[in-house]
Each structure stands twice: as structure tokens, then as C-alpha cells.
Design a binder for this molecule. Structure first.
Ligand code: GLP
Length: 269
């Protein structure tokens, strides 16, 4: 696992956006052989999406042959609800770039048969040839997508009940009212994320410091589902200084030293 430590949120966002644009361009995707991205919502990817839109507007990247799969969606929120992940993605990324509508996949939290929807989502990923790069964030309890503590580390897309913790954290998006946060969501599994060729996890701010420590310094554990990244052959954790607050000095020094070159310049687009 790599760990890139940037001074701040802007620095990490810029680097990740350039890296993603670089990977898309390098793959020379076509309609028959598209580049497949896994994407998150939340505040962690906001900077990356802002930078990707900028790169697109500067003509440095196109999403014409990019297919996307979002990580999760609340159950029961209308797609045009400002807090639905459908709305979020349109508002923050899809509405500003040239991705064809039919290339966008987000679990349907209003499907009649939710289990069937989850099964079909996995099939769609397979049909697209698997995910090339999965971008994610983590919750304060270390969850990845909505794989709450105790989720099977080999789980696939499924219906998941959210913990009270997660609902309290996400209440900030629902007028601060925890009772307004849906209790159930559809989420890709930890196994679904781990199947991607590459996984990048964004960790920003002091609130995530404990989760970052659990993810990279302690053992693989189903109570901190993002720790599964330790078993991925191409996992990159991208964080800011604040998030490293609970890491050992030696860990921070080690990663800063071995990543000196990567940190010094942006990937070329
Ligand atoms: C939600 C999402 C996760 C996200 C997490 C953290 O629970 N399902 O995918 O990583 O929130 O959100 P934020 O980035 O806003 O801290």
C-alpha cells in the first residue's frame, strides 16, 4: 500500500485529479474498450471532482469513453432529492463533463426488488470488464462505501443498514436531523472494491485520523473495513497532514521519504 501525504486538501485533490486524468488518457479508451471508474460521494472527493471538471474544461481530459460505477446510494430517496447520490454526482461532476448518460451507473435505491438491483449491479460491472480505478473515501469509523464495521471483507453489492454513527455524521447534510437520514443503503461490497485494478482512498482532516491509523498501521479487520486495502496489490491512500495526527512519527517519515518524488510534482496530463 502506498501512502501519499500532502500539506492540505487542495494538494491531495489536485494530485488525485491529475492522476485520474493521466490514467484515463494513457488507457486510450474507446467505446468498445472504455476506462471504468468506481466513484464515491461525500465531502472527501469534492476537490477531486472540482479539479477534474477544470481539467476537462481546459481540454486536458475527456470522459466520452469513460464508464462509471458509483459506490452506493440511499434507499428510498427520490433521485432528484438534493441529498441523493444521483443528485450529488450530477451536481458535482457529471453535469459538467462530457460523459454520456448511458455510461453512468449508480445503484437504484428505489428499485422494487433491491436484492435483484444489487445482483444486477455486480453483473453490470463484470460486463464492463471490471473497474480500472476505484476512488473512495472513508467514514470516521473506517467504513468504505457503506460497508459498516463488521461487514464481510469479501462482501458484494447488497442492502446495508447504516450505523447510528454514520447517520449522525451524515445528518449535517439533512438539516442536522439524524431522523431524516435514511437507515438503509445499497452499497458495493468490500470485495467489489478490492476487485478493481487500482484503489485510491482519500482521507482528509483530523476527524479521520483514528480511521487512518486503523487502516494503515493496524491489522486487517472487519471492524475497520477500509483496512482491507492492505491486501490490495495497488492500493494508494492519499491524505492530508491533519489526517496523519494519530500515525506514528516513523510511519509519516517513512512514507514521505519513499514518496518524495511523487509528492514533488503533479502527474502529467
Ligand atoms: C458516506 C459514504 C462514504 C464516504 C463517507 C465519508 O458514508 N457512503 O462513501 O466515504 O460518507 O464521507 P465524507 O467524505 O463526507 O467524510
Amino acid at each position: 500500500m502506498r501512502n501519499l501525504i500532502f500539506d492540505d486538501f487542495d494538494g491531495m485533490s489536485k494530485w488525485v485529479a491529475c492522476y485520474m486524468a493521466y490514467k484515463i488518457k494513457k488507457a486510450e479508451p474507446t467505446a468498445e474498450n472504455p476506462y471504468v471508474l468506481g466513484l464515491p460521494t461525500g465531502s472527501s472527493p469534492l476537490g477531486v471532482y472540482r479539479e477534474l471538471v477544470k481539467l476537462y474544461k481546459e481540454g486536458k481530459v475527456t470522459f466520452k469513453n469513460v464508464v462509471t460505477f458509483n459506490m452506493d446510494e440511499y434507499v428510498g430517496l427520490p433521485e432528484d432529492h438534493p441529498q441523493s447520490y444521483h443528485y450529488f454526482m450530477q451536481d458535482k461532476l457529471f453535469g459538467h463533463v462530457d460523459i454520456p448518460k448511458e455510461n453512468i451507473n449508480i445503484p437504484n435505491g428505489n428499485a422494487k426488488d433491491l436484492q435483484q438491483e444489487c445482483w444486477e449491479y455486480e453483473q453490470k460491472i463484470k460486463k464492463a470488464g471490471g473497474i480500472d480505478l476505484f476512488l473512495g473515501g472513508i467514514g470516521e469509523d473506517g467504513h468504505i462505501a457503506f460497508n459498516e464495521p463488521g461487514s464481510s471483507l469479501s462482501s458484494r453489492t447488497r442492502v446495508k443498514t447504516l450505523t447510528y454513527d454514520t447517520r449522525v455524521n451524515n445528518a449535517r447534510f439533512f438539516d442536522g436531523k439524524v431522523e431524516k437520514v435514511p437507515k438503509i443503503a445499497l452499497t458495493v461490497g468490500v470485495g467489489t472494491v478490492m476487485d478493481a485494478n487500482q484503489v485510491i482512498i482519500l482521507v482528509s482532516g483530523i476527524k479521520k485520523a483514528r480511521a487512518l491509523r486503523k487502516m494503515i498501521e493496524e491489522g486487517v479487520n472487519h471492524m475497520w473495513t477500509s483496512s482491507m486495502l492492505q491486501l490490495h496489490p495497488h492500493g494508494i491512500v492519499v491524505c492530508d497532514e491533519e489526517a496523519t495526527m494519530e500515525l506514528k512519527v516513523g510511519t509519516v517519515k517513512y512514507f514521505k521519504d519513499i514518496e518524495r518524488e511523487a509528492l514533488a510534482k503533479l502527474p502529467e496530463v
